[in-house]
Design a protein. Structure first.
Length: 332
């Protein structure tokens, strides 16, 4: 509780050993508070936190056997890279010779051999992130907490570090809980994703499950783009009857864009077809996004860019089609 405001409400999660779980949500959703509770920086106003069956709700952070990586890395600026990695081992009473061996092995693992004598200020952002990860993992904690771990990196470096994080997780098998607002990061890294909204869990599932089978309008629109067809003027065809209290949803990449006169395909009997007028075409490198006006409705379609592909411009009449099985129904 923050005064009369409950930042997290009725949060109930079980994280199996070795899982990479991401808590995803917009600002104010409660995801950071959830991480602070797990880290021991915030005490729960009610309920309990169990690690391997043992309550740690009243255990201070420095007595919890955990690794933590913050968005700003939180490296000791007055210590060398080697001493930053050595510190958690020293706190655990490991002798000097053993500390040196472990630090050298870990620096080699994160591709920073030869950087042990540098100060954090002499490293790039990606190198500092590797040091922060190495320091969090070097004492082999039973679980690892990541607070927006890649948020300070540029896109290319962020994608590179996503691969490094996945590799480290496979190698060490450390139970990992990550907090982020970056949907792509969550989809790339996670075994499971928890989507939070206004302090409660909206949905928990695998990345594929959340993206392909969102349960609510919020999850569908927060995790990627979605056409919500609640006011569609055309009849929506689907292989399943819509449950009560739901609206139809269609992902833009499930939609095929073709000319009005395009020939039929072998699976046309499984598809729904509509026609419309292109209002805008947005080129985004590997894909093109079309905004197509169908009566009063604006449909967004996205297709991979390929050589020899027909490109449609504003004012062109086009045919849109999709598999009826790609229609999903989400609660409002």
């Amino acid at each position: 509780m923050y005064g009369a405001v409950a930042a997290v409400k009725a949060l109930s999660l079980i994280v199996p050993r070795g899982e990479f779980l991401t808590i995803l949500g917009p600002s104010g959703s409660g995801k950071t508070t959830a991480l602070m509770l797990l880290a021991g920086f915030v005490a729960p106003s009610e309920g309990d936190i169990l690690i391997a069956g043992r309550s740690v709700a009243s255990v201070p952070s420095y007595r919890r056997d955990q690794g933590i990586v913050f968005q700003n890395y939180a490296l000791f600026p007055h210590l060398t890279v080697h001493r930053n990695l050595e510190f958690p081992l020293e706190m655990r009473g490991i002798k000097a010779a053993g500390r040196v061996r472990q630090v050298d092995r870990m620096l080699e693992r994160v591709h920073l051999s030869g950087f042990g004598g540098r100060m954090p200020s002499q490293l790039s952002g990606g190198q500092q992130q590797r040091v922060a990860l190495a320091r969090a993992l070097i004492a082999d904690p039973p679980f690892l907490l990541l607070d927006e771990p890649l948020g300070a990196l540029d896109r290319n470096l962020r994608e590179q570090m996503q691969g490094e994080l996945k590799s480290l997780h496979r190698e060490f098998g450390t139970t990992t809980i990550c907090v982020t607002h970056d949907q792509e990061e969550a989809l790339t890294l996670s075994d499971r994703i928890v989507v939070m909204r206004a302090g409660i869990i909206e949905q928990t599932d695998t990345p594929a499950g959340l993206y392909d089978r969102p349960e609510t309008r919020f999850v569908a629109t927060f995790l990627g783009e979605a056409n919500i067809l609640d006011n569609a003027r055309f009849r929506i065809e689907s292989d399943a009857a819509p449950p009560s209290g739901t609206v139809a949803m269609l992902r833009p990449e499930r939609i095929c864009v073709a000319s009005d006169a395009a020939p039929k395909r072998a699976d046309d009997a499984l598809r729904q077809f509509i026609t419309g007028t292109v209002e805008d075409m947005i080129y985004a490198g590997p894909f093109r996004k079309y905004h197509v006006r169908v009566g009063n409705d604006l449909i967004v379609a996205r297709e991979q860019a390929a050589s020899g592909q027909q490109i449609f411009l504003s004012g062109d009449r086009v045919r849109l089609d999709w598999l009826r099985s790609d229609i999903r129904f989400v609660r409002t």
